[in-house]
Design a binder for this molecule. Structure first.
Ligand code: IPD
Ligand code: CA
Ligand code: CA
Ligand code: CA
Length: 262
């Protein structure tokens, strides 16, 4: 295990334990951001603050990008990319699928990723070139699954106009696949591809903190991760599946998906 992965895992576990411990008394404090669907709790902020402090103490020259607090500069060439709670709506409703997600990027490439699911007692980890793991179990994504037999996870962005488009896209996908899941956490959806719990995942409009750590878990499990039309994964589009299914789903999505939406 790399030093980066060890540090990221320690911090992700500490943040997860803190959230679980404080949750019964603090979780009512909820604000909305871009729309009524886009919520943030006091524990999203507390989790990010804890992670920022731990990273600053251990690696003061690193850059830091977090969903709630934005960018902090650093000159080391290392950047931490953090979603303090991915799946905030699940968290708010007492559903167990939410995660603390921490990625470490060196010279623009993610080299370590941790996705901690405190309410499920599961920690997904990956280091570049060293595989994807769920605890001590090495992960391999499902392979050889045709589109018609694929269980496909997806997600919806927060703006109403984007949701209207995404609803039309999923209506076309649904009759062509085994079934569709909307789990509520991009990071967990990508880890689910890695663990073979779903066959594929796609979503338009996620952010680096959603997919950075879990994207490495997915690729280290053998999955392909990318955008549409040959582009790399990015805020525009995230598509993930074993090679073969990736291309089939890509070719279904391209004519359905607009190049741009709001
Ligand atoms: C959201 C979740 C959700 C996805 C959204 C994300 P948040 O992150 O990952 O599954 O559909 O696009 O913004 O706000 O819960 O951290
Ligand atoms: Ca959010
Ligand atoms: Ca997120
Ligand atoms: Ca979040």
């Amino acid at each position: 295990m790399t030093d980066f992965l060890r540090l990221a895992e320690d911090i992700a576990r500490e943040a997860g334990d803190m959230i679980l411990a404080k949750r019964p008394t603090m979780s009512e404090d909820v604000e909305t951001k871009s729309s009524p669907t886009d919520v943030v709790t006091i524990l999203d902020k507390a989790s990010e603050e804890l992670i920022r402090e731990r990273v600053r103490a251990a690696r003061p020259d690193d850059r830091f990008l977090g969903e709630e607090g934005g960018e902090a500069p650093g000159a080391s060439g290392v950047r931490w990319i953090v979603d303090p709670i991915d799946g905030t709506v699940n968290f708010l409703y007492g559903l167990p699928d939410w995660a603390v997600s921490i990625a470490v990027e060196v010279a623009g490439q993610v080299v370590a990723g941790v996705v901690n699911l405190p309410a499920r007692g599961e920690v997904f980890t990956a280091a570049l070139g060293e595989g994807a793991w769920l605890g001590g179990e090495r992960l391999r994504c499902n392979s050889g699954v045709p589109l018609a037999r694929a269980l496909v996870a997806t997600g919806f962005g927060y703006s109403a106009s984007r949701r209207a488009v995404q609803g039309r896209v999923v209506a076309e996908v649904l009759p062509r696949v085994r079934d569709v899941r909307r789990g509520g956490s991009c990071a967990i959806d990508l880890c689910s591809v890695a663990a073979g719990r779903v066959d594929a995942y796609y979503e338009r409009g996620t952010n680096p903190w959603d997919y950075a750590a879990a994207g490495l878990v997915a690729t280290e499990s053998g999955a392909r991760l990318g955008g549409l039309r040959g582009r790399p994964v990015g805020p525009e589009f995230t598509l993930c599946a074993a090679p073969g299914l990736f291309e089939e789903l890509h070719d279904l999505l391209v004519p359905l998906d607009p190049e741009r939406d709001s």
